[in-house]
Write a protein that binds this ligand. Structure first.
Ligand code: PXP
Length: 239
C-alpha cells in the first residue's frame, strides 16, 4: 500500500532563519499525522543546517506513525540513530556544499564500508534499512546483496527533466528498477523533487510503490494552503 511520509526539514529551515523556537517541526509533524500522513521523515545533517539533535528526540516522543531517520552513514549519525531507534533509517550520500541530496548512493564505492561497518552496526537493532539509490540495476543488486530492507528510488532526475522525452525515459528506468527491487523482496520507496503535478505521473508509471517521501514542495505549498489541506491534497492523489 502506498503511504505518504512528510519530510519536515524545511519547517526547521524557516525556524532557524530567525533563531526563534517557531515554526516547530514537531508541531508540523503532529498536523501532518492528523491530516493522514503515515509518517514523518527528517534528515539530520552533519552540519545541522535544519533539523537539530533535540528535534530528533522530540520527534521520537511525538510521532505516532512511521519515523524515517534520513542520514549519512557516519559513526556520529549511526550512534544517534541507534539511540533513537526509528522504524526506518534511510542512508543517503551527503556533501557539505550541496543544497539538497544530489543523487543516490554509489553502491560500488560504499559497499565494503557498508558491509563491514554500517550494516553490522544496525544488526539486531530492529531498525529497517533503506538505501537511497538512482534507478541503476547494479546498485540495486548490491543493495540486495547487503541485505537492505528497502530501496528509496531517487526521483529527482525525473522531477527535474525539462522535456517529455527525458521524463518518459526516466520514468521507464524507475519502473524497471521498481520491478527489480520488488522481485528481490525489498520494499520500493521513492522520493525527491515530487510535487502535486509530477506525483500522478510517477504513480502511473512506477509499480510497487510503498513509502513516498515528500518535503520541499509540500511544505512550500502549505504556506498558501495550510499544512493540513496540503497533506490531504497529496493523499487524494495517492489514494
Ligand atoms: N528522499 C530523500 C532521500 C531526500 O534526501 C529528500 C530531500 O531531503 C527527499 C526524499 C525529499 O525531497 P523533496 O524535499 O525534494 O521533496
Amino acid at each position: 500500500m502506498m503511504r505518504l511520509l512528510v519530510n519536515i526539514d524545511h519547517v526547521a529551515t524557516i525556524r532557524n532563519a530567525r533563531g526563534e523556537g517557531f515554526p516547530d517541526p514537531v508541531e508540523a509533524s503532529e498536523v501532518c499525522e492528523r491530516a493522514g500522513a503515515a509518517g514523518i521523515v527528517f534528515h539530520l545533517r552533519g552540519d545541522r543546517r535544519h533539523i537539530r539533535d533535540d528535534d530528533v528526540y522530540r520527534l521520537k516522543d511525538s510521532v505516532t506513525g512511521l519515523l524515517d531517520f534520513e542520514m549519512a552513514a557516519s559513526d556520529e549519525m549511526i550512534e544517534i540513530c541507534l539511540d533513537i531507534k526509528p522504524e526506518l533509517v534511510t542512508l543517503v550520500p551527503e556533501g557539505r556544499e550541496e543544497l539538497t541530496t544530489e543523487g543516490g548512493l554509489n553502491m560500488e564505492k560504499v559497499y565494503k564500508d557498508y558491509e563491514e561497518r554500517v550494516f553490522p552496526a544496525f544488526k539486531q537493532s530492529g531498525i529497517d534499512i533503506s538505501l537511497f539509490l538512482d534507478p541503476n540495476p547494479k546498485d540495486i543488486e548490491l543493495a540486495h546483496k547487503l541485505g537492505a530492507d528497502a530501496v528509496e528510488l531517487h526521483t529527482g532526475t525525473f522531477a527535474n527533466s525539462i522535456n517529455k522525452e527525458d521524463q518518459l525515459t526516466e520514468l521507464k528506468r524507475l519502473g524497471k528498477a521498481a520491478g527489480m527491487i520488488h522481485e528481490a523482496g525489498m520494499t520500493v520507496n521513492a522520493g525527491h523533487g515530487l510535487n502535486l503535478d509530477n506525483l500522478p505521473l510517477l504513480i502511473k508509471h512506477v509499480p510497487h510503490l510503498a513509502d513516498i517521501s515528500i518535503g520541499h514542495a509540500l511544505i512550500s505549498k502549505s504556506i498558501f494552503w495550510g499544512l493540513e489541506k496540503t497533506v490531504k491534497e497529496y493523499l487524494k492523489i495517492m489514494n
